[in-house]
Design a binder for this molecule. Sequence first.
Ligand code: AP5
Length: 226
Amino acid sequence: MPPPEKTFYCIFLGPPGSGKGTQAKKIIDIHHVFHLSTGDLLREMAATGTELGKKVKGIMDKGELVSNDVMFAILEKKLLSPECKHGVIFDGFPRNIAQAQELDKMMTKLQKKLSCVIEFKVPDENLIGRITGRLIHEPSGRTYHIKNNPPKVPMKDDVTGEPLIQRPDDNVKVLEERLKVYHSQTKPLIEFYSNPAHKGLLKVVIASKPLDQVFKDVEDILKSLP
Ligand code: AP5
């Protein structure tokens, strides 16, 4: 594959169901940067069935955060891999201040710079319907929605025809915990990325708009990067 026209390292920051994964999948079709979803990496780890995998699954099923140590180990290995050398969309990382500080250190070590942090802004009340209606094609991570973005054939992936599933943590009870964690631990990152050390990085998209409009707004931000 030829090198991409544009290299960027961009964080997608927002509550569960705000559209980070959906938009990241569309963006990588155009820009060929790597979609680094820590949720997907952890789900792969959980599926291995090892002791660590079982522990990770238990934490995710409750909607809590996996420990920073586990996250740093996974992330460093991934960031050093060749697939990340032309740029990355960080989806679901960082999730707290300690992770953001560690990411700053890793980027310095790699002699790379963050290009932008895009906040996906959506009121909490919009998220229940999105999360409980979400369908996933597990092998690729492609997402659909029963009403807003249905597959062409019910419960089948458009590309492979394979079955779609619902994530075990996509229910109202676990969503409440995920939102609590988002507001207490992840939302403070908005202030972190507004401080002088990260001047100009934070951008906002109104992610309650229709999917195509959000995509256009994200693309406009990425196009404006140097
Ligand atoms: P993760 O997999 O990252 O989940 P999340 O952050 O809760 O985010 P989601 O994947 O639920 O939402 P999304 O914003 O990607 O929404 P999507 O685009 O699919 O994390 C899962 C768990 O892993 C965590 O709870 C934690 O335990 C652990 N974890 C992960 N990272 C960690 C870290 N760094 N540290 C510690 N633990 C970590 O959209 C949702 C639905 O809405 C879809 O059906 C879509 O079709 C629909 N939709 C999207 N946009 C629109 C729109 N504009 N209009 C209408 N519908 C829309």
